[in-house]
Design a protein around this ligand. Structure first.
Ligand code: DLL
Length: 436
């Protein structure tokens, strides 16, 4: 397959050239933020760093981190660097824990966002000839509108489907001959299942590729979605605090990892405990600095997402650094009787077992002083009506696999097909009753 670039010059620049652009942009950004946003100035003064101290890219390490709490403390618009007259759009996170975090964009920011999303779409081989079915939710969530503007910028045709109303979505996908599907991976699965229920063979659709993100999904889940929808499935990463979708994107040739559009978003990997920057290839917390955003730039934002960075040139020709698939966050790690468990590890185990469906939930509770973990997973139709012995063996197998791979004892409950709530956006995989 031929590689398509949206901004070839930037994407294939030798690293020295790229780094010199990054440094110039960083210096300008720090100067502007220091002089326009009081909370940034205060934090820099406390750390004893001035804009002129940024003489090399490495000097970024002198700058203080920004946390989600900084956004909350300055709710709603306190970290914006331009007058509200210049802000043309705001988005916000759902704020399930505390106040929502609000982000803003100037006209130029919206253009930048559209262009990075167009670059992301190109990584997946999309062109102006494509019919892009956008099932990311439209609204305060950045997924829907972010993907939408990117598809338009590319010159493709976009179907603004949003989440929900799955049967109608499938009819539209079939009738309009959608070639690209954009959705959360859990909603893509929901669509695949609805399609099956409608008796529609995915091979009869025109879909070629799915661009899935906004939540963690394992390699096993990728295989499942690819098989069920008869497509290539690629990963897109982003977060509203940085811009929304379009921060990084997997290409069709990469043997793993998403290209970070680092001429705009400067990534670092740090040790989440000490804050020290880790060498390339080491696993840690992703930190981002936006180099070119106007209304809401952010410096050294602690994403809590766990990843690694690889600087080798990809076989697609892009010189942009790649970030490993995000499989967990520093704050979604469950500690079950002292053992660290990531929901993605449970997903990995489940997807490797024959007879179970990719619909599961992890319920954590406390009995006396003991943590308990119950994994509820749907079994396939055939298995559910099988003899009790078959079900018992399957339960034991899952329990043993979880114990072997994760090192934790869990209860396993096989549940009826279609009994776990389906996602129309980001799936809720964990119910932690200990926090209630
Ligand atoms: O989820 C932006 C987005 C929309 C990305 C559509 C991709 C597609 P937020 O709602 O601010 O923004 O959530 C950001 O979601 O810090 C990660 O924890 C998680 N996340 C996003 N993309 C991925 C991914 C959007 N590809 C938070 N893999 C991030 C794993 C992801 N986690």
């Amino acid at each position: 397959m031929e590689t398509i670039y949206w901004e070839e010059e930037m994407e294939t620049l030798p690293r020295a050239g790229l780094e010199s652009i990054q440094l110039k942009r960083l210096q300008k950004l720090v100067e502007r933020v220091y002089n326009t946003v009081e909370p940034y100035k205060r934090k820099m003064d406390e750390a004893g760093v001035k804009p002129e101290d940024i003489q090399s890219l490495k000097d970024i390490q002198k700058l203080p981190f920004t946390y989600k709490d900084d956004l909350r403390d300055n709710y709603p618009f306190g970290l914006f660097t331009v007058p509200m007259d210049d802000v043309v759009r705001v988005h916000a996170s759902s704020g399930t824990t505390g106040k929502p975090t609000v982000v803003g964009y100037t006209k130029k920011d919206i253009e930048l966002w559209a262009s990075v999303m167009a670059r992301a779409l190109s990584c997946a081989g999309a062109t102006k000839g494509d019919m892009i079915h956008n099932a990311y939710g439209y609204g305060l969530f950045t997924g829907g509108l972010g993907a939408h503007y990117g598809a338009e910028c590319l010159g493709a045709t976009v179907i603004p489907a949003s989440g929900g109303n799955s049967k109608r979505q499938i009819t539209i996908m079939k009738d309009f001959k959608s070639t690209v599907l954009m959705a959360t991976p859990s909603y893509a699965l929901n669509l695949a299942e609805t399609m099956e229920g409608m008796g529609i063979d995915p091979k009869s659709l025109s879909l070629k590729v799915g661009i899935f993100g906004a939540e963690p999904w394992s390699e096993n889940m990728r295989e499942e979605v690819e098989r069920k929808l008869n497509i290539r499935a690629v990963d897109v990463y982003g977060l509203s605090e940085v811009i929304g979708p379009g921060v990084a994107m997997e290409c069709l040739k990469s043997s793993g990892g998403m290209h970070v559009f680092e001429d705009h978003f400067y990534p670092e990997i740090i040790d989440p405990e000490t804050g020290e920057v880790l060498p390339p290839g080491e696993k840690g917390e992703l930190v981002f600095t936006t180099l070119t955003k106007e209304a809401f730039p952010i410096i050294r934002y602690r994403t809590k997402d766990i990843s690694r960075l690889f600087y080798e040139t990809c076989s697609c020709g892009r010189t942009l650094v790649r970030m490993e698939k995000v499989t967990g966050r520093t704050d979604d790690m469950l500690i079950i009787r002292g053992v660290n468990v990531f929901p993605s590890q449970v997903e990995h185990v489940l997807m490797g077992v024959e007879g179970v469906e990719p619909h599961y939930q992890i319920v954590v509770d406390r009995e006396g002083n003991m943590d308990t973990m119950e994994v509820r997973v749907e079994v396939s139709e055939g298995i559910f009506s099988d003899e009790i012995r078959v079900l018992e063996n399957l339960t034991k197998k899952i329990q043993n696999d979880i114990k072997d791979i994760l090192g934790v004892t869990s209860k396993v409950k096989l549940v009826e097909p279609k009994s776990i709530q389906r996602s129309e956006g980001k799936a809720q995989r964990v119910i932690d009753n200990r926090k209630i």
